[in-house]
Design a protein around this ligand. Structure first.
Ligand code: G4P
Length: 536
C-alpha cells in the first residue's frame, strides 16, 4: 500500500476478494443444532472430511478449548471466533456465537461483525428465548436473516404453524424457498420452490458424508410420493400466495426471511442453505465511521475489535483480540494504528481460530476475522487502521444486562488492586460496571448479559489483579433505560428497584420484576423509561 499504481491494483484485488466474502453467524437457542449445522456446512464445503471435527461439547472429540481451568471443569467452550471455508467461488466466514452457559455480551457483539445471519429453529420448538434475544439485535441492526428449520427428520410441529409463528411473534414475513415433503419424522425431501420439482434426500450412515440428493420433476414426484407431495405443494402455495412470495429485496431490507427446511444431522437441506448464502446473502459493504461517513471496502486497511479473550494459552498469559476487517488488505506484520489511543500496534502474530485450531493468517480481506495475539493493549470496540485517511468506527453498542451482583474485595486491604481490576474489566467490556447513589463507588454493581461473565470477571480479578472478590447477587431482572437522570430518586424510592449509572453515562432503572416496574410506573406516571436492549 503506498504508491498510486500499486494501490490501484490492490484496490481492485480487495474489491474482488470482498465480493467473494460472505460473513454470517448462526442465531439459535441451545440444542437447536448449531454445532451440528456448523459441521454439516463445513462438510459440504470440504473443510473437514468427517463430521465431528468442530463439535464443541464435552465428551465429544474435537474442539473444546481449554483456556481456563473453569472451562475445562465444565466442559464448555468459551472460545469463539470464525470458521473460514471456501464454497463454490466464495469464501464463507462463519462467526461463532457462544451460547449455552457461555451466553454473554460477546454473543450479541458477534452480530456487529457479520453481514447476515442464519436463524436456526428446532422444528419441534419454533422460536425460543435465546433466539428471540439474538433476533432482536439483528432487527435493530437491519441484519438480513435466513431461517433454517432443523430436525425435520423428527416429529415436530407442522410447517405452516412454524411459519405463522414468525409473523405473529416477531413480525417477520416468511418466504419459503423449500417446503418439506412428508410429515416431520418422515422427511422425504423438499419441494424446490425456486427451481421447481422435488429434491429427494437419501440417508447416509450417521450423516457423515454429504447426503446424496436426487432431483425429480413435479410429475415424477407426484407419482412417487402421491398425497404427501400434493399436500406439500398446496401448503407452500398457501403461504407464497398470502404475502410469502420470494423477493430478494425484502430479505436484504430485513423485512422478510427466506425459509428452508432440513435436518442438519443428516445433512438434509444444507446444500440449499450454502447455495442461498453465496447467491443471496450480502457481502461486506462500506462501514459507516463514527461521523456516519461510509469507509469504502477498498480504502486502506481498517477493522474493529469485537471480542477480546485473555489467557487462552495457559503457558503464557496471552490475550487475543478478534477483529473484523472492514476495508483494505490486512497483511501479517503490518503496523496499524489504534484509533482509540493513537498508538501503533504491530501485528506480528495473527491467527485465524476456531476452537482449538489455530492457523496463521498472512492476508485477510474485508469480511474476514483475524485474531491478534499478544494484544494486551487492544479493547473491545477499538478501531485499527493503516495508512491515511485515519478512521474510527462508532463504539460497539452496549446491551441490556440481565444479571446483577454487588462486587466487594475479599481482602479490604487490597482496595487499590480491586479498583484497578474493576476499571480494566469495565474497559474491556468483560462486564458492565454500574454505580448507584445507594451503594457508592466502593461497592460497584457488576452487570452481565450472561452469568458466565461474572465467573470470568471473578477469575480474572483473583488471578490477574490479585484482588479476589465476593459477588452478592441482586434480585433484578427487569431493566429499562432512564431518560432523565434527575428521576433516579423516583426509582430509588421504591424498595424493589434501583437506579444505576453505567460508565457510558447511561442510567439504568432496574426492578425485581415486571410487577415492580408496573408499580413504579403507577406511583410515578411521569417516569420516562425506555427499552434498554441495546444502546447503539
Ligand atoms: P447446539 O450446538 O445448537 O446446542 O446443538 P447441537 O448441534 O449440539 O445439537 C443438539 C442435539 O440435537 C444433538 O443431539 C444433535 O445430534 C441433535 N440434532 C442436531 N440436528 C439434528 C437434526 O437435524 N435432527 C435430529 N434428529 N437431531 C439433530 P444430542 O443427543 O444432544 O447429541 P448427540 O449425542 O446426538 O451428538
Amino acid at each position: 500500500m503506498g504508491t498510486s499504481g500499486g494501490a490501484d491494483t490492490l484496490a481492485s484485488d480487495v474489491l474482488t476478494a470482498a465480493g467473494q466474502r460472505r460473513t454470517f453467524a448462526v442465531i439459535s437457542h441451545p440444542d437447536a443444532g448449531k454445532s451440528t449445522l456448523t459441521e454439516a456446512l463445513a462438510l459440504h464445503a470440504k473443510v473437514i472430511t468427517e463430521a465431528g471435527a468442530v463439535h464443541g461439547k464435552a465428551g465429544r472429540r474435537g474442539v473444546v478449548s481449554d483456556w481456563m481451568e473453569m472451562e475445562k471443569a465444565r466442559g464448555i467452550s468459551i472460545t469463539s471466533a470464525a470458521l473460514q471455508f471456501a464454497y463454490r467461488d466464495r469464501v464463507i466466514n462463519l462467526v461463532d456465537t457462544p451460547g449455552h452457559a457461555d451466553f454473554s455480551e460477546d454473543t450479541y457483539r458477534v452480530l456487529t461483525a457479520v453481514d447476515s445471519a442464519v436463524m436456526l429453529l428446532d422444528a419441534a420448538k419454533g422460536l425460543e428465548p435465546q433466539t428471540l434475544k439474538l433476533f432482536e439485535v439483528c432487527r435493530h441492526r437491519d441484519i438480513p436473516v435466513i431461517t433454517f428449520i432443523n430436525k425435520w427428520d423428527r416429529p415436530g410441529r407442522d410447517a405452516l404453524s412454524l411459519c405463522d409463528e414468525l409473523v405473529e411473534r416477531i413480525g417477520l414475513q416468511p418466504m419459503p424457498l423449500t417446503w418439506p415433503v412428508g410429515e416431520p419424522g418422515h422427511f422425504r425431501g423438499v419441494v424446490d420452490l425456486a427451481e421447481g420439482g422435488f429434491v429427494r434426500y437419501h440417508r447416509t450412515a450417521g450423516g457423515a458424508t454429504a447426503a446424496p440428493e436426487e432431483r425429480l420433476s413435479a410429475e415424477e414426484a407426484e407419482a412417487a410420493e402421491g398425497a404427501e407431495w400434493t399436500r406439500a405443494v398446496e401448503e407452500a402455495h398457501l403461504l407464497t400466495e398470502s404475502g410469502g412470495g420470494f423477493a430478494a429485496s425484502r430479505y436484504l431490507a430485513a423485512t422478510a426471511t427466506p425459509v428452508l427446511f432440513g435436518a442438519a444431522v443428516l445433512n438434509f437441506g444444507v446444500r440449499h442453505l450454502l447455495d442461498l448464502l453465496v447467491s443471496l446473502a450480502p457481502g461486506p459493504g462500506p462501514r459507516p465511521d463514527a461521523h456516519g461517513a461510509p469507509r469504502p471496502v477498498d480504502a486502506p486497511f481498517s477493522g474493529f475489535v469485537f471480542k477480546v479473550q485473555t489467557g487462552m494459552d495457559p503457558a503464557h498469559r496471552d490475550q487475543v483480540a478478534f477483529a473484523r476487517v472492514c476495508s483494505g488488505t490486512f497483511e501479517r506484520g503490518m503496523v496499524v494504528t489504534n484509533a482509540t489511543t493513537g498508538r501503533p500496534f504491530a501485528t506480528k502474530y495473527t491467527q485465524q481460530m476456531f476452537g482449538r485450531e489455530r492457523t496463521t493468517v498472512d492476508t485477510a480481506y474485508p469480511g474476514d476475522v483475524i485474531g491478534l495475539v499478544n494484544a494486551t493493549s487492544l479493547r473491545v470496540g477499538d478501531t485499527l487502521y493503516a495508512d491515511k485517511p485515519p478512521v474510527r468506527f462508532p463504539p460497539l453498542p452496549t446491551f441490556a444486562p440481565a444479571h446483577f451482583a454487588v462486587a466487594r474485595p475479599v481482602d479490604l486491604g487490597r482496595a487499590k488492586q480491586f479498583r484497578r481490576g474493576v476499571e480494566q474489566l469495565n474497559a474491556e467490556g468483560v462486564i458492565q460496571v454500574l454505580v448507584s447513589d445507594r451503594r457508592g463507588d466502593a461497592a460497584p454493581v457488576f452487570a452481565a448479559v450472561g452469568p458466565m461473565q461474572f465467573e470470568v470477571a471473578a477469575h480474572r480479578m483473583a488471578a490477574e489483579f490479585k484482588a479476589a472478590i465476593r459477588l452478592d447477587p441482586l434480585p433484578y431482572s427487569t431493566v429499562r433505560r432512564l431518560s432523565d437522570p434527575a428521576q433516579r430518586v423516583l426509582v430509588d424510592s421504591g424498595s424493589r428497584g434501583e437506579a444505576l449509572l453505567r460508565s457510558d453515562g447511561v442510567y439504568l432503572a432496574v426492578f425485581n420484576d415486571d410487577i415492580a416496574l408496573g408499580m413504579a410506573r403507577r406511583q410515578h406516571p411521569e417516569l420516562k423509561l425506555e427499552s434498554a436492549l441495546h444502546d447503539a
